[in-house]
Design a protein around this ligand. Structure first.
Ligand SMILES: [Zn+2]
Length: 90
């Protein structure tokens, strides 16, 4: 549990897209397997992965200055839409 928290602390707006995109694609890929009754669990697993990735993304994709959600954009914006402060890309 402590390891997970340590890992979560390392996820910031700078790397959250890199961290959440692969599990999101994996989850989306797994979900259609649910059409086969005996593979229903694969679909559920896919759904859980997608939800977890979305939750993490929403939780971490925030301005470090004012904490506002940065919106549905690919890549880090130069400035925060809310407070106008510069977002550092490093
Ligand atoms: Zn801001």
């Amino acid at each position: 549990m402590r390891l997970i928290k340590k890992w979560l602390d390392k996820v910031t707006y700078r790397n959250v897209t890199r961290v959440t995109a692969p599990p999101m694609f994996l989850g989306i890929f797994l979900t259609p397997f649910g059409v086969l009754p005996h593979l229903m669990w694969v679909s559920l697993l896919g759904l859980v992965i997608v939800i977890a990735a979305v939750v993490l993304n929403v939780a971490k994709w925030r301005c470090p200055h004012c904490g506002v959600w940065l919106g549905r954009i690919w890549g880090i914006p130069k400035y925060c839409n809310s407070c106008g402060k510069e977002l550092d890309k490093k």
